[in-house]
Design a protein around this ligand. Structure first.
Ligand code: SF4
Ligand code: SF4
Length: 194
């Protein structure tokens, strides 16, 4: 008799402990169900890169004076500037320009030091290819206008955390006109001028 009562007691104790653990597990689940989603449904949704994002470099052929400053300031002497000296006009004539994005570290030195501003960093970051040689962009590929997330009709652009209004963590269903917290770079420049 004593033994049966002890077994029933142990069984009840085990049941209560199991219920406690299930409750603890479910409390974590329910807690997450109340939280806002922070996932981005790529490639249907994409984050808008920040203003200073250093993506694929854009090159303007007509502005280049073949000075090769970009090569000298590049930590790996990467840009290839192929020019010929035109004796008639006594000027360098650019024939070909290329940057291999399979090697580039996107440091932005070339863009920073180019005297004619013919290089600029874009917000394009989807550069993946099956063949690494395709990452060697010639002046035609470099001259292609940058791809913008906000102009792609197939994609829902989402603002990244840096763009969200103060206290908002979810970029979904954000009203179109809602301002981000903090000032934009042009507003900061205006402030310093005044
Ligand atoms: S620094 Fe600018 S202008 Fe000079 S070669 Fe490079 S891209 Fe051309
Ligand atoms: S971004 Fe940096 S690594 Fe890439 S080409 Fe320019 S200077 Fe070289």
């Amino acid at each position: 008799m004593f033994k049966i009562l002890k077994q029933v007691g142990d069984y009840a104790k085990g049941t209560i402990e199991a219920a406690k653990y299930i409750g603890e597990g479910l409390s974590v689940t329910f807690d997450h169900m109340r939280r806002r989603p922070v996932t981005v449904q790529y490639p249907y949704e994409k984050l808008i890169p920040s203003e200073r994002y250093r993506g694929r470099i854009h090159f303007e052929f007509d502005k280049c004076i073949s000075c090769e400053v970009c090569v000298r300031v590049c930590p790996i002497n990467l840009p290839v500037v192929d020019w010929e000296f035109n004796k008639e006009v006594k000027k360098k004539e650019l024939k070909h320009y290329s940057i291999d994005f399979g090697v580039c570290i996107f440091c932005g030195n070339c863009v920073e030091y180019c005297p004619t501003n013919c290089l600029s960093m874009t917000e394009e970051y989807e550069l993946a290819t099956y063949d690494r040689h395709e990452l060697n962009y010639d002046n035609v590929a470099l001259g292609r206008l940058p791809y913008k997330v906000t102009q792609d009709p197939m994609v829902t652009p989402l603002r990244e955390l840096g763009y969200l209004p103060k206290g908002v963590l979810d970029p979904h269903d954000l009203p179109a006109g809602s301002q981000r917290s903090g000032k934009r770079p042009e507003e900061i420049i205006e402030d310093t001028k005044s």
